[in-house]
Design a protein around this ligand. Structure first.
Ligand SMILES: [Mg+2]
Length: 376
């Protein structure tokens, strides 16, 4: 079996109602899928996190290093591409592009061996993954507190037992929003807060100290990802567990964060970290450093499927009768092509998502939907 072609597919949609995180305004949904074609007709799919057009360009520049090779040589292909691109960046688009290629290779391997990816990666510890609803962005020009509470009440109605909201819109406004959200949801629902690195360390400490009383599961990306020392400071000076990692691509970046004691929870994204091959290495890194691993997931159903297979293979650490199971990040913001691009949508049932058990990623791409949402 030989790789004969690699295509990228851009998916684009302009939002009627833009929304904001601490630093970004989402006016569109724009994602990049990777399709790898083999000479025997097997096709594998992957996805890249981040700017879709940049990812497509980087995947294109990596293509010649994979053409003609056996797609089952996943690690050697990964390594030879990375070796060629190392000098251009140990983080960022090199990793996100390589992630799409790597996931597509695992999809091919699963189809070739007629087994789900989690089986090829050593087997599943779980195939039913409890999920948390991600949302609570600020509607552009809207009222964050009210929309956040309305949205999360609806998610709990749908069956979610955990929710994550966006903060970073002003220290005292955020504290008030979190207080009101806890009052609205009651004590049984887990709440996570994500500042998308919109604070400096002083404001992050203020927020962390003020809202700890509302039983917050984790405080995500309080400060910019480069400020590793500040992450450590935050762990020492406020009591909410600190989570980060969606932009610390690859094992070397994760190791640096571990060495400096930056996080209680590492959040690698399989579509950003370097694919399933690299994500699997971070399991060991977290285990030996005694850091909890809860993957980050953001993208289309391809990213969701890849994230689910990764979730399945994360061992419960430590083993006990009452084991911690990492929750799946289930983005509930509006994206018309998220599920439309696959033939069988991946949905939650009362806040629980089942890992697809078909060959590879276990999904089938709906090609007419790819055309429908193509920007060209
Ligand atoms: Mg985040």
């Amino acid at each position: 079996m030989e790789i004969v072609d690699i295509h990228t597919h851009l998916l684009y949609h302009e939002l009627d109602k833009p929304f904001q995180s601490a630093f970004s305004t989402f006016k569109t949904r724009f994602h990049c899928l990777v399709e790898i074609v083999c000479d025997n007709g097997i096709v594998g799919w992957g996805e890249c996190l981040g700017p879709a057009d940049i990812n497509a360009a980087v995947v294109k520049s990596m293509t010649s290093l994979a053409i003609g090779r056996n797609p089952l040589d996943i690690e050697p292909i990964w390594q030879s591409i990375y070796d060629q691109f190392r000098d251009q960046g140990q983080r960022g688009p090199i990793h996100t592009a390589l992630s799409g290629i790597d996931i597509a290779l695992w999809d091919i391997a699963g189809k070739y061996h007629n087994a789900p990816i989690y089986q090829l990666m050593g087997g599943a510890y779980r195939t039913e993954i409890p999920a948390y609803a991600t949302g609570g962005f600020c509607p552009q020009g809207g009222d964050h507190q009210q929309s956040c509470i309305d949205e999360m009440m609806a998610r709990v109605e749908e069956g979610f037992k955990a929710v994550k909201i966006k903060i970073g819109f002003g220290v005292y406004k955020d504290i008030e929003t979190i207080k009101e959200l806890r009052a609205a949801l009651g004590t049984d629902i887990e709440i996570m807060i994500d500042a998308n690195h919109g604070y400096d360390v002083i404001d992050a400490i203020k927020v962390g100290r003020a809202v700890a009383q509302f039983n917050i599961e984790w405080f995500e990306e309080p400060v910019i990802p480069e400020a590793l020392k500040s992450y450590k400071t935050l762990r020492q000076r406020q009591s909410i567990p600190i989570a980060a990692g969606e932009t610390w691509h690859g094992r070397f970046a994760a190791q640096e964060a571990m060495e400096q004691g930056c996080v209680d929870i590492l959040q690698p994204d399989v579509c950003g970290v370097g694919g399933l091959s690299e994500a699997r290495k971070l399991i060991t890194l977290c285990e030996v450093n005694h850091v909890r691993l809860v993957p980050h997931v953001w993208g289309t159903a391809v990213a969701l499927a890849a994230g689910l297979h990764f979730h399945a293979i994360i061992p419960p650490t430590p083993g006990s009768h009452n084991q911690y199971s990492p929750k799946l990040e289930f983005d509930r913001t509006y994206n018309p092509f998220r599920q439309a691009i696959i033939t069988q949508p991946i949905e939650h049932n009362n806040g629980v998502v089942t890992v697809p058990n078909g060959p590879g990623l276990g999904i089938e791409i709906n090609r007419s939907s790819l055309k429908e949402f193509s920007p060209n």
